[in-house]
Write a protein that binds this ligand. Structure first.
Ligand SMILES: Nc1ncnc2c1ncn2[C@@H]1O[C@H](COP(=O)(O)OP(=O)(O)OP(=O)(O)O)[C@@H](O)[C@H]1O
Length: 868
């Protein structure tokens, strides 16, 4: 429970008893008088509010019939002028009428409902004894926390208690406080759970219900939950329903939950008895939005190019799945773009999510166009698309097309908020152009113009860098594979087939563009989970064929990679955290015909944990921690959906052998277990090594209990099959030692060496050196830093009209750019030299570490064998 106001003032003890006596009588009289006066004041306020006719020139909060505590709170938080939605809705809400509010993103809807909530409860003299007076339902935890923050900022002069119920904490802990709350900000699942289970939690006296981002609540599969919730609430309540976009579902919900509502905001604020959904959602007038056409394989390179030329901008980049965010973030961080990169997706622990959210809110922004601010980039799924109020975002990039026009509106709504300028750029594949433009047009999205990609940007190709990164770090390779699969999966799962077609994707080229050595083999439709209802029959056969044939056309090395036991789940899109308790009978929808990403989100088992931020807000003095050990909680990867499975998934590996998306997302205990098991495994294997003078990598089946098939390289270091499986093949392909050596040199000099570059093992020269070390065989580790563009080049980038509609610019894109050679030459570049040296040193250090590690492991193995 959080009292919005501070503790009530205590009277100081009076030393002089006589004086005290003398003063006592008048005090009693004064307090009675005061009470009567206050009562009259409140009644007057009520009358004013109920009969309030807003003046034509209504501009400020001060013009509204609001209570003193609310006015003081608004003043303290520096809210003076009303936004249009606030002007239109607050007077009506204050009259206790139901409101259906539709207003564009960033227009101030949060205050539009919080101000009436506070004032109406005040007018009704709500106190702790009255119980729950107002309930605000938000679709996501982040948004709930954000609303709660605003409530605290303006509610400090009221004496209501307020709470945040967003799951992640044990139900019991929350239950203890629930019954004492006057205002509750909650996510639907956990709220319903309390309504069903928590003794003493009574919403029977509820005065106001607020449904914020109603369309999103519905999209996320909370329709039944909401219906069940409404059943717990008194019919006499007032309901305020706000949303940036109005859909049929929203109007259904409005019919169900509102009584004679007044529709305010877009498209008009006319008073109506029946809500009419808007078909013309307006975007912020200060938004400039552009789209560019790009082939799928060029997307990442173009994004890189964009980031390098907008280093001072605060940017959000939207991807369609968690795995893509994880991969792009990990890979780009390795390439040092020169701007802080953050990642936010639903598979991250709640605490981490909140931390990232907080960091992005607090960082950079506002001056991106002038190049003076500190840039920051957030890679995110649609978890960040709605409701979240990140201040001063300069650019919203939609690297993957939004699933529909609503999502488009919400994504771009993260910029150009409340009159600030903002720019949005949508990447579209040629196959998506027609359908997406039509969908946006039908939804009334106007002003989107086609931009042109500058020649210089088109020349950037990250493939070689990515291959190099994957070669050095197998984790990145896994992430790449997963990103690839999850992208295809997200396309396949898209409902609007007139926009998204798996059949039209250049699958092989896309895999190459991610730096993958081949097309990961995937198949659709088999091995679906119980409860999943999309079977093979749902998948267009030609799509399956296309992907499978592309896969078989690629190098068959992947097939022989036995090591990873890739899990099949690729959670696409965002996922939200609320999973209603399995016992809460109303909550689980019977399987729909098509399971969307929201259905899967809904089914997530991971309840995650309370964040530090939440802990701070709730401030009940308990140790929140990360809650990893909380009963019923599972690691983020628990919820796997094998709708698409890798063919090699049937390699029978234990969980510990599976690659991790993000090992840091596992519990410390699990990470430790993984490490020690891997070390033991390696040590045992080391003890079975043949002489380290073998000339070629050879495959052995280690004769030990773990039965894991490994490959040993020239130095005798064991590798999982996926790391080196194709060495022989590649060796043959290159025509022996010389061929391999030439290949390695070419690659190091920045000459694209094709997808099999990862297999460019140096020939064994008997040196026994690590493959990624420099010098021993002429192989030079490529430098993955693209040179930063100087300010002239930045200007040049803009001149290239990449993100400017052609009609508005006549500047030439000619002139081309000199593509800088990568690799050794980059030592000369500013900053590049430093990184190069850093890389070299790092390589040496790694090598030394590896050697030490091997020695340690051999010693351990000998010890173990000795014991045996
Ligand atoms: N009257 C006001 N004066 C100044 N700033 C305001 C006012 N009302 C809201 N704001 C600010 O405008 C920003 C956007 O407000 P808010 O998050 O409520 O928008 P929203 O309409 O809910 O957006 P979305 O649909 O994206 O959730 C916030 O930073 C908020 O502090």
């Amino acid at each position: 429970m959080i009292p919005l106001a501070g503790p009530s003032r205590q009277h100081a003890p009076n030393k002089n008893k006589n004086k005290q006596k003398q003063k006592q009588k008048p005090v009693v009289r004064t307090s009675k008088l005061k009470k009567v006066a206050e009562k009259q004041k409140i009644e007057a306020l009520e009358r004013d509010a109920m009969s309030y006719e807003p003046p034509v020139d209504l501009e400020k909060f001060a013009d509204l019939p609001l209570s003193e505590p609310t006015k003081r709170g608004l003043k303290k938080a520096a809210f003076v002028t009303l936004t249009p939605i606030q002007k239109a809705s607050i007077p009506i809400s204050l009259q206790c009428k139901d409101v259906l509010g539709a207003a564009r993103t960033g227009s101030g809807k949060t205050l539009a409902f919080l101000v009436p909530v506070l004032d109406i409860l005040y007018r009704r003299r709500w106190s702790a004894a009255d119980g729950l007076g107002a309930l605000i339902v938000s679709p996501t935890r982040e948004l709930a926390v954000q609303i709660f923050d605003v409530l605290r900022s303006i509610g400090g002069f009221h004496s209501f208690s307020a709470g945040l119920v967003i799951g992640g904490k044990s139900v019991k802990d929350e239950s203890d406080r629930l019954s004492r709350m006057n205002i509750l900000v909650a996510t639907p699942g956990r709220l319903l759970q309390h309504m069903d289970q928590t003794v003493g939690f009574d919403a029977g006296n509820l005065q106001i219900l607020v449904l914020d981002e109603a369309d999103r609540i519905l999209d996320m599969g909370f329709q039944r939950t909401l219906t069940a919730l409404l059943g717990h609430l008194p019919a006499s309540r007032q309901t305020l329903l706000f949303s940036a976009t109005q859909t049929d579902k929203v109007s259904d919900l409005a019919r169900l939950s509102l009584k004679a509502p007044v529709t305010v905001g877009d498209p008009s604020s006319s008073s109506q008895s029946e809500p009419t959904p808007s078909t013309t959602p307006s975007l912020p007038p200060t938004l400039t939005h552009t789209y560019i056409l790009t082939p799928l394989p060029s997307k990442l390179s173009l994004l890189w190019s964009f980031l390098k030329t907008h280093l001072h901008a605060k940017t959000i980049v939207f991807f369609s799945s968690c795995k893509q965010v994880a991969f792009a973030h990990a890979a780009f961080c390795r390439m040092h773009p020169g701007v802080p990169l953050l990642a936010l997706h639903g598979r991250m622990k709640m605490g981490v999510r909140m931390e990232v959210f907080g960091r992005f809110v607090g960082m950079g922004g506002g001056k991106g166009e002038e190049g003076q601010g500190h840039g920051v980039v957030l890679f995110a799924t649609d978890i960040a698309a709605r409701g979240l109020d990140f201040p001063s975002v300069d650019w919203v990039i939609q690297l993957d097309a939004p699933e529909d026009a609503e999502t488009y509106i919400h994504r771009v709504g993260r910029t150009a908020r409340l009159g600030a300028p903002g720019r949005a750029l949508l990447f579209l594949l040629p196959s998506e152009e027609e359908g997406m433009l039509r969908a946006l047009e039908e939804r009334g999205v106007s002003g989107l113009v086609k931009g042109k990609v500058g020649k210089k940007s088109l020349e950037v190709d990250l493939r070689v860098q990515l291959q190099g990164i994957m070669w050095k770090d197998v984790e990145i390779k896994y992430l790449g594979q997963k990103a690839f699969i999850s992208y295809l999966r997200s396309v396949h799962l898209q409902k609007d087939k007139s926009i998204f077609s798996l059949d039209k994707l250049p699958v092989k080229e896309y895999a190459e563009s991610l730096g993958l050595p081949g097309v990961p083999k995937i198949k659709f439709g088999k091995g679906k989970k119980e409860g999943g209802n999309r079977g093979a029959g749902d998948v267009p056969k030609k799509e399956v064929k296309k992907v499978e044939s592309a896969a078989s056309a690629s190098e068959s090395e992947e097939e022989s990679e036995g090591g990873n036991g890739e899990e099949s789940s690729e959670e696409s899109g965002e996922e939200e955290d609320e999973k209603p308790n399995a016992n809460a009978t109303h909550t689980r929808a019977a399987p729909e015909k098509v399971r969307t990403k929201y259905d899967r989100m809904f089914e997530r088992k991971n309840q995650s944990v309370l964040s530090a931020h939440y802990a701070r807000l709730v401030a009940h003095g308990e140790d929140e921690g990360e809650g990893e050990g909380e009963a019923g909680e599972k690691a983020p990867d628990d919820d796997d959906d094998d709708f698409i499975v890798l063919k090699r998934a049937d390699h029978d590996l234990s969980d510990e052998d599976k690659p991790l998306d993000d090992p840091s997302s596992l519990s410390k205990r699990k990470q430790k277990m993984l490490r020690s098991k891997a070390a033991l495994s390696k040590a045992l294997l080391s003890s079975t090594l043949p002489s380290t003078s073998s000339t070629n990598p050879s495959t052995l089946t280690a004769p030990h209990a773990l039965n894991t098939k490994l490959i040993f390289d020239a130095s005798g270091t064991p590798h999982q099959l996926y790391e080196l499986a194709s060495a022989d093949q590649f060796y043959e392909q290159q025509g022996g030692v010389d061929g391999v050596r030439t290949f390695g040199e070419e690659w190091a000099n920045g000459i694209p060496a094709g997808p099999s570059a990862r297999a460019a093992l140096p020939s064994d020269s008997g040196s026994g050196s690590d493959y990624d070390s420099e010098g021993a065989d002429g192989y030079v580790s490529p430098d993955f830093d693209l040179p930063p563009l100087d300010s002239d080049e930045e200007a040049e980038f803009d001149k290239m009209d990449m993100y400017v509609p052609p009609s508005s610019s006549t500047k030439s894109t000619k002139g081309g750019s000199k593509k800088r050679p990568r690799g050794v030459d980059e030592d000369e570049d500013e900053g590049g030299g430093g990184k190069k040296i850093g890389n070299t040193n790092a390589n040496k250090k790694r090598k030394q570490e590896k050697e030490t590690e091997l020695e340690d492991e051999e010693a351990l193995a000998l010890k173990l064998l000795g014991r045996a």
